[in-house]
Design a binder for this molecule. Structure first.
Ligand code: FNR
Length: 343
């Protein structure tokens, strides 16, 4: 386990005490004003032994919401709530990034004060909105040029707010079929203007978001799921978009690229797992994630597939995950019922 417990330099002025990262996990426990609570501060502080905590996805603007009680980073009250969280994590020697998020079409007017969700194109999402009485997703409104500028500005403001709230950095949520990812896939991006129609144009939104966010906070990572296909249909043409984007990311000064979930699967057309594919094209720090046991994480790192591993559900079940690994103690198995409270 020494491989996992070895320190890691994320950049000249950001060192991690070990290579275990807490994966971002939505808990829907913020207040109705989407403010993080003291209980959330204690929940994150209990996990401060991980090399880096990435918070649950945190919305950048009111129209970014898609689930109940997910925290935000756009109001002063939210900044103050997050400051309590970051202070508690830092007191315990931890490092913490905020995952900043816009749901795009994976939302419903029930979360948006009656407004339609926005997305690159007006392409319907089918399926039931979770945690509702059978409400169905619908067709979003295609973003205008000024909507796009406003959302890029909202990401920049959330990053500036994250800095003021004491975060060590931010992770742009570019994965799992949410707004950033919607620009990167052909099913959801059918635009014919400068934001769609080619890998270059489809990558423009995320590259502009990165640029705007980098202007506000020094350490910026991104989470991507090139072939995750959560909330969207598969299309083999998508690979060319990610081939282009990942190469562009080499010159963006990012702290890391983080694979979304599903790393236990090998995909033929990217010739390996998502992490292996990202590693081939992106030449700096890579975080793997998805169903990793400590043993599999060691093998994956020793094979050179990634530098760090993000652990999700096992860290919900084991707040003392790092201590247990250090001491060689067995891990408590995760159960979905554990999501009902913040332990
Ligand atoms: C997640 N996941 C997730 N991913 C993300 O990028 N932002 C998020 O807010 C969430 N929310 C979330 C909530 C819950 C309850 C779970 C279980 C998962 C995905 C998560 O970060 C991770 O990639 C997966 O859980 C796979 O890793 P594990 O759990 O197999 O280690």
């Amino acid at each position: 386990m020494n491989t996992l417990l070895a320190p890691f330099t994320l950049s000249d002025n950001l060192s991690l005490t070990n290579r275990i990262v807490m994966a971002p996990m939505t808990r829907s426990m913020a207040t109705d004003a989407l403010v993080p609570t003291q209980e959330m501060a204690e929940y994150y502080a209990r996990r401060a032994e991980t090399g880096l905590i990435i918070t649950e996805a945190t919305i950048v603007a009111p129209l970014a919401q898609g689930y109940p009680n997910t925290p935000g980073l756009f109001s002063e009250e939210q900044v103050a709530g997050w400051k309590v969280v970051t202070d508690r994590v830092h007191e315990r020697g931890g490092k913490i990034f905020a995952q900043i998020w816009h749901c795009g079409r994976v939302s419903h007017p029930v979360y948006l004060g009656g407004e339609l969700p926005v997305a690159p194109s007006a392409v319907a999402l089918s399926g039931r909105v979770p945690r509702t009485d059978g409400i169905q997703y619908g067709t979003p409104r295609a973003m205008t040029e000024s909507d796009i500028t406003a959302v890029i500005d909202a990401f920049a403001l959330a990053a500036a707010n994250a800095r003021r709230a004491g975060f060590d950095g931010v992770e742009i949520h570019g994965a799992n079929g949410y707004l950033v990812d919607q620009f990167l896939h052909w099913e959801t991006n059918q635009r014919t203007d400068a934001w769609g129609g080619s890998p270059e144009n489809m990558s423009r939104f995320v590259l502009d978001v990165i640029n705007a966010v980098k202007n506000e906070i020094e350490h910026v990572g991104i989470r991507l799921t090139p072939v995750g296909y959560l909330h969207m249909a598969e299309n083999p043409k998508d690979k060319a978009v990610f081939d282009y984007l990942l190469q562009q990311l080499n010159t963006c000064g990012l702290s890391y690229v983080h694979t979304g979930s599903e790393d236990d699967r090998v995909f033929n057309y990217i010739e390996g797992s998502m992490t292996q594919y990202i590693r081939r094209l992106y030449k700096s720090t890579v975080i793997a994630s998805g169903s990793y046991t400590p043993e599999r994480a060691v093998t994956m790192m020793e094979n050179g597939d990634a530098d760090l591993v993000a652990i999700g559900r096992p860290l919900i079940a084991n707040p003392d995950y790092v201590g247990k690994i250090q001491a060689g103690l067995p891990l408590t198995p995760y159960h979905n019922a554990m999501l009902n409270q913040l332990v």
